[in-house]
Design a protein around this ligand. Structure first.
Ligand code: NI
Length: 194
């Protein structure tokens, strides 16, 4: 398995509609394994393939991660979704705070369906359905949006988005300064992560 680069806003791959997967084979399973490892390394709970530059309809989720003795995230309950489709959703919506590895350091309130039913192919290519509510419903909708080129910041008001993008620019400036200092103090890039 390998840790891949996570593409960040405003990379154009994040705006693209991803294509359907034709077949779940070993190459795709390798991609899903790498996505999972990348997600653990970046301390996220979900990751969609466009976020690692692959414009295909694949996503991974694990919000029951555990920590090993070195404080690294390890597998809890990984879920794999290939070609996921919402086939039903509740009328009720819920509001919750979301963040995204492609929009680092930021969060905002987003409205989502409270419950959804999703049809997808699993890690072995078998067709499955899940009735998702609570956190799974929200994470799934967030990740499925990535497959259609939509970020959660596209679902908030223009005013809030502009404020958030200003904060993102500031966050990146501060990170650059931190990295610059660390070049002279610490050789380990892992230590730079907050
Ligand atoms: Ni995201």
């Amino acid at each position: 398995m390998a840790v891949l680069e996570v593409y960040e806003y405003p990379h154009p791959v994040l705006k693209k509609k991803a294509v359907k997967v034709e077949k779940v084979d070993d190459a795709l399973r390798k991609l899903m394994d790498d996505m999972l490892e990348t997600m653990y390394s970046a301390v996220g709970v979900g990751l969609a393939a466009p976020q690692i530059g692959q414009s295909v309809r694949v996503l991974v989720i694990d919000y029951e991660q555990e920590e090993d003795e070195n404080g690294n995230r390890i597998k809890g309950n990984p879920r794999y979704f290939v070609n996921p489709e919402i086939i039903w959703h509740s009328d009720e919506k819920v509001c919750g705070e979301e963040g995204c590895l492609s929009v680092p350091g930021q969060r905002a309130e987003v409205e989502r369906f409270e419950k959804i039913r999703v049809r997808y192919l699993d890690y072995d290519g078998k067709e499955q359905e899940v009735l998702a509510d609570d956190f799974l419903a929200i994470v799934l909708q967030h990740e499925m949006d990535h497959l259609d080129g939509i970020l959660y910041i596209d679902r908030i008001s223009r005013l809030k988005r502009n404020m958030l993008l200003k904060k993102l620019a500031k966050f990146r400036e501060e990170e650059k300064e931190d990295n610059y200092c660390l070049l002279y103090t610490s050789p380990s890039p892992r230590d730079m992560r907050r």
